[in-house]
Design a protein around this ligand. Structure first.
Ligand SMILES: Cc1cc2nc3c(=O)[nH]c(=O)nc-3n(C[C@H](O)[C@H](O)[C@H](O)COP(=O)(O)OP(=O)(O)OC[C@H]3O[C@@H](n4cnc5c(N)ncnc54)[C@H](O)[C@@H]3O)c2cc1C
Length: 451
């Protein structure tokens, strides 16, 4: 006998959708979070997403897209700005509704949705570790609001606890095929502030992304307008560079005194985002990973809200089937892997190779790429959305001519594009059963230089 059918650890966007999808099927769901209810939804984040993600999960669970005052600003497009600030690419993605959300309001409403579908919310519950019996996760140990240690059991346990991945990091990697620690090159340390401004922001429908390898090596600086007089601004530096993102951000503020003069800090804080391919395996016996806990983030821009929402719905589907067959083994939960790898990882995971290529480039080379339009704005947009970069012969010659000063870099870029295409093929042929997984994993690790 277990206490619940499913325990979901973490009431972020991934955990709330997973909980709603399963509670809606009539399962007994415990949704646990270390925070008190009134703080759910507060997260250090750029808050940019699209309403499309919510439409994509409609066949599994109906969660209303952000609407009303959950939307701070509709996003028309993005400005990508060169390190020397002299060139700006304007990217406009058609057929998508970009929004800058009020993260707190949306987070609170998504929690209410999960509760209304029937999930039981356990606030102030700090999960400490999984309970494992005979190679199966059967529950969690947690410190409750009474400050005592407790145990709770369920047939399936979902780790949706964000980048800390409190359960994944305590499992045996040899048995689960999940990475326990993230490499320093794959973690971006960020600092972000929300500020209300006295100054009017020019074209608030455009989010701004600035590259500067001195200020934020490997990462980028963002300024996302939350309307004409409010800004979500921050920057990320790769952990490998050991810089303090708060200090780096303060250096930036000094440069932008005019814009931020007399502004009021509404919220400031630091957090981390994983920038790598998803975990090679997202399930084990009685166990499932969703969202940042599964490193399911777009490696080039750190976008993970939409992915965690879609992953939550996919996990919900696979867990429902497993529970209906009364078999929660890795084999039975495997279809979640297959669906996620084909639909999402095949696009996003190759971008981790691109990220590893771009990170060490000096600002001078990035400036050259912008100035000479060696990669153009629409190619960047298409590449980030599809994980592919067009490489017709004409394009190739044009790129080589415009970029002749950095030919060595371009040749390396060609190698990266080849590897990205191999990665895409591998994710599209993810094994249908765990029996064939080891060969696949060895190949993927080799491609990503991990052997
Ligand atoms: C600075 C920054 C900027 C970003 N900007 C964007 C952006 O503009 N657009 C975008 O799409 N993505 C962005 N992301 C990524 C995005 O925030 C995440 O990918 C997304 O929120 C993942 O959701 P999640 O549900 O997996 O995890 P989270 O939202 O992190 O939720 C995890 C939950 O688990 C709870 N928890 C953690 N540990 C425990 C524990 N031990 N016990 C109980 N509960 C626990 C936490 O309290 C939290 O509520 C950004 C990330 C950062 C850090």
């Amino acid at each position: 006998m277990t206490n619940y059918d499913i325990i979901v650890v973490g009431a972020g966007t991934g955990g709330t959708v997973t909980s709603a999808a399963l509670a809606n099927k009539g399962f007994k769901v415990a949704l646990m979070d270390r925070k008190p209810k009134e703080k759910i939804g507060i997260k250090v984040c750029g808050d940019a997403t699209s309403t499309d993600h919510f439409r994509r999960i409609k066949d599994v669970i109906n969660i209303k897209p952000p609407h009303g005052d959950e939307i701070r600003q509709y996003v028309k497009g993005a400005w990508l700005i060169s390190p020397d600030q002299k060139v700006k690419f304007e990217l406009i993605e058609e057929n998508t509704t970009g929004v800058l959300i009020d993260r707190f309001k949306l987070g609170m409403r998504m929690l209410e949705d999960a509760i209304n579908y029937g999930a039981e919310f356990h606030e102030n519950s700090m999960v400490k570790e999984p309970i494992i019996q005979k190679d199966q996760v059967i529950g969690v140990k947690y410190r409750g609001s009474d400050n005592n240690l407790h145990e709770m059991t369920a047939r399936v346990i979902v780790d949706a606890s964000g980048i800390g991945a409190v359960l994944r990091t305590k499992l045996d990697p040899e048995k689960t095929f999940m990475d326990i620690n993230l490499q320093d090159k794959d973690v971006c340390n960020c600092y972000r502030e929300v500020r209300d401004l006295e100054t009017e922001i020019e074209s608030p429908g455009f989010i701004r992304i600035k590259f500067d390898q001195e200020l934020c090596p490997g990462g980028y600086l963002w300024e996302f307008p939350r309307g004409p007089n409010s800004m979500n601004a921050g920057l990320g530096v790769m952990r490998i560079n050991q810089l303090n993102p708060h200090q780096q951000f303060n250096l930036y503020l000094k440069r932008k005194e005019k814009l931020y003069r007399n502004s009021k800090v509404i919220h400031g804080g630091a957090w981390r985002v994983p920038l790598r391919r998803p975990q090679d395996n997202l399930v084990w016996n009685g166990f499932v990973l969703v969202g940042d806990a599964g490193t399911q983030v777009k490696p080039t821009d750190g976008g993970g809200i939409g992915i965690s929402i879609q992953a939550g719905a996919m996990a919900g589907k696979a867990i429902t089937n497993a529970l209906e067959y009364d078999d929660v083994s890795i084999k039975s939960l495997w279809p979640y892997n297959v669906e996620f790898m084909a639909k999402i990882a095949s696009v996003n995971a190759p971008l981790a190779l691109m990220k590893d290529f771009v990170i060490p480039l000096p600002s001078s080379v990035i400036n050259h790429i912008f100035h000479k339009k060696i990669v153009e704005g629409d190619e960047l947009l298409y590449g980030n959305a599809s994980g592919q970069v067009s490489e017709g012969i004409l394009k190739l010659l044009q790129r080589a001519w415009r970029g002749r000063r950095i030919l060595g870099t371009l040749l390396k870029f060609r190698t990266v594009l080849n590897k990205m295409s191999q990665a895409r093929d591998l994710y599209n042929s993810f094994p249908e059963s765990p029996d064939d997984f080891m060969i696949w994993r060895a190949t993927i690790k080799n491609l990503y230089g991990e052997n």
